[in-house]
Design a protein around this ligand. Structure first.
Ligand code: ASP
Length: 328
């Protein structure tokens, strides 16, 4: 299925959301583009050396997790209880092997823990203390939970809590993202920093996808989003596509969004872009789902749709200049 003339490629996202142009001052904009560029260049160089798609997405997400601009690893958002609970997943399109962790608060790089679950355990998803113990046994770095905290995220939580006092106290199911559009702006503003992810096609024709997140600001402790759920926020299959999602996780879970794209390609013969557009522009909005995704198919075609105002994103084909974008 892989055609040799198509180049190896990596695509990345740093989250989708309502990002009014006015709310991002020029300096911040530059910082985001620079961070995306640096990550793309590293992934592109790895692929150019003949590295695997799995290694490329791992490297990209590693770099995202260390960058405080994005909601993953250092810089992750706070839960309602002012703690951090991180989720991550990785999937190998060649073998359909997958690994994920959820609700970890001491693993410095959750994506590495997810990869260890895939490669060094017989399981797919480990959560909480068990996931942390496994990561430690694998020699991965553990940190004190406040390693992930930044002043900016703490302020976000305070603002979300102020608004939530009304929203959550009157409706236990009303998480931050369930706020009606009419009363949404302050929280949507908080959502401009999202989950991170990467998808890649390597020179061997293999696909891989990886996603890592701090979840949603002010989420309930114990809540797991779409990111670590294989088929919901992360999926890769050499026969169809590699996908990493960002957005209102509950709706991506209900839509089994990432897998649905692959299924539409496999069963209905849709192109990657047609399948991705269908899911992001129709299926998800129909149940209130907001966000976007990055996808690459086995021929190197890309699709990066989102139904929000913007999504931090970019892609780099081997031998070409990396492209980054924020708005439509
Ligand atoms: N999808 C993530 C989650 O629900 C959040 C995000 O993409 O910003 O945990």
């Amino acid at each position: 299925m892989h055609s040799k003339e198509l180049l190896s490629v990596i695509a990345i996202h740093g989250g989708a959301g309502t990002m009014s142009r006015a709310s991002i001052d020029a300096g911040q904009d530059v910082a985001y583009h620079a961070a995306l560029q640096a990550i793309l260049l590293a992934g592109q160089a790895l692929l150019a050396r003949g590295g695997s798609a799995l290694d490329a997405v791992s490297l990209a997400v590693d770099m995202f997790e260390d960058c405080p601009l994005f909601n993953a690893g250092h810089g992750a958002v706070f839960t309602h209880d002012a703690t951090h609970e991180l989720d991550a997943a990785i999937m190998d399109g060649a073998t359909l092997r997958a690994g994920a962790v959820a609700c970890v608060s001491r693993v410095r790089r959750p994506l590495r823990a997810a990869r260890a679950v895939m490669e060094r355990s017989e399981h797919v998803l480990l959560v909480g203390a068990g996931a942390e113990a496994f990561a430690q046994a694998c020699g991965l770095e553990l940190v004190a939970p406040d390693y992930f905290s930044t002043a900016a995220r703490r302020e976000q939580l305070q603002r979300a809590l102020t608004l939530d006092a009304t929203l959550l106290d009157h409706d236990a199911s009303a998480l931050v993202f369930a706020t009606p559009a009419s009363s949404r702006p302050p929280l949507d503003e908080e959502r401009k920093f999202g989950t991170v992810g990467a998808v890649a096609l390597d020179a061997h024709g293999n696909l891989a996808a990886a996603t890592s997140t701090g979840g949603m600001t002010n989420k309930r402790v114990g809540r797991v989003g779409d990111s670590p759920l294989i088929g919901a926020g992360t999926y890769a299959d050499n026969r169809t596509a590699a996908i990493s999602c960002t957005g209102t996780g509950e709706m991506f879970i209900r839509a089994v969004a990432a897998y649905d794209i692959c299924a539409r390609m496999a069963y209905a013969g849709l192109s990657l872009d047609a399948a991705a557009q269908e899911v992001v522009m129709k299926v998800l909005p129909a149940i209130g789902g907001r966000g976007g995704l990055i996808a690459v198919d086995a021929r190197g075609n890309l699709s990066l749709p989102f139904n929000t105002e913007g999504m931090y994103r970019g892609h780099a084909r081997v031998g070409e200049t990396p492209q980054t974008a924020i708005f439509a």
